[in-house]
Design a binder for this molecule. Sequence first.
Ligand SMILES: [Zn+2]
Length: 562
Amino acid sequence: MKSFFAVLGLFLFASTPTPQRPAIVDLVFINGNIYTVNERQPHAQALAVRGDRIVYVGSNEGVKIYQGRKTRVIDLHGATVLPGMTDAHYHFIGVGQREMNLNLEGITTLEDFLAKVKARVDQARPGEWVTGRGWIETFWQPPVFPTRWDLDKIAPNNPVFLTRADGHGAVANSAALKIGGVTKDTKDPFGGQVLRDKQSGEPNGMLLDAAQGFVSQHIPERGDADTEQAIILANKRSIELGWTQVQDPGGSYRDIEFYKKLYGEGKLKIRVYKAVYGPGPEAQRLLSEGPIIEAFGNRLNVRAIKVVSDGALGSRGAALLAPYSDAPDSKGFLRVKEEELLPMLKAALRKGIQVETHAIGDYANRFVLDEYEKALNAVPPAQRKIREPRWRDEHSQIINPADIPRFAKLGIIPSMQPSHAIGDLHFVPSRIGLERTKGAYAWQSLMKTGVIIPGGSDAPVERGEPMIEFYAAVARKDIRGFSGEGWHPEEKATREQALKMFTIWPAYAAFEENLRGSIQVGKLADLTVLSADIMKIPEMDILKTHCVMTVIGGEIVWEARQ
Ligand SMILES: [Zn+2]
């Protein structure tokens, strides 16, 4: 009898699936060049996806057992697959608005700038506001800011307000300044500056940081339909480029309501890790209501407060320890007061809320580290909701070398933007002098201390494209391959580091390292498929590489046409 059953058992084994056989999956990828960012299995050929999760990573042979009649099998023909790429600093709605607005990117002369604005003004009704964004004077001859008088020539009857690419300055024409009540007698606000004509003392139209508010508060708010359209456009652009998550630094609960609505309607696919601005009412609301974590299928997180501590280098609003090398009477300025910041930081530790603070200048970076340190000392781990709060310093751009080791010591994450380094290399050495460039965009110096660096683009300040960011991180040269004196090539990232900057490190900075950021069994099936192997091709070819498929939670949300 015993042997009969043994034979029968063998027979059953051969003809029907055994209990060990895994259930059939929805989606299988074969013939891939898969970089997993998992040290135990760095490279693979195939993977299987069930629902929104990865269930197998390995070989073409090994994945067969997961395939059934209904499984979609995608032959990658050797294409490169990365863990779904994440931009750790991406103003999502701003990216969509840039698509809808007068886009002033890429203009290289004042004449072209004025021509483009004039074309838009000519379409406007009398008195209608004309707004736009994206201009930058770096390549103009001479590289000086436009003025109200330039704009008055082409726009005598319409208020015009045009934001510089970095968002830290804007030029307004006389009609707009009049509406904003900006005159010779207007005092600079806290955290801002009204630039003036040297002879007459009249405002010249350039408003820096907080001073932009004099005029911008009068620009009619966009309607709901416009904001929704901006989000939908941003979603489309972002997933086509290969982003699977963006970390959206700063905004309001109004933004969050739009995200919730559009996730609910299935119109928003990309994951968004959202912060709200503080100190102020938005931050207060997050502190009292508590975070939103892993909503809409792990797509929406709201658990961070964004603080802005200074301005930017381009407009000399970044707060420096010593004066600007090309403006000896200016050191920039802080935009937040300790008495408002510190109580909020302490409350955030008690409530388990992450804080991420914009800091560009070496003084701002020191200030942020100091304030974080004071709060961390005041609220010891036992009194914190999350012992390891993973607070972030957004940009960490110019750091005094003495402050570099403090990040690791305090557990502060420097969240940095490779494209800023390559965009700024043309003007920053003259702004801050060669000596201070030693602590500028100091990726390798920071990583040597043991910190991770989540990478971001700061779009729409920069283009917001993963291949530009990856290239900038590994080349540290502008997109034409140029790098100037004092640009410290030793600070560039290796390709392995750059890959982590856009995958597992932003996941960690969002408390999601067990959920995303690598291609591993059990993690969310987020994948970025590329046209070339960016881990091996020549540097300049990275810029020619494009995304061919984007997968978010097992769903192919975008696919290039063959
Ligand atoms: Zn930003």
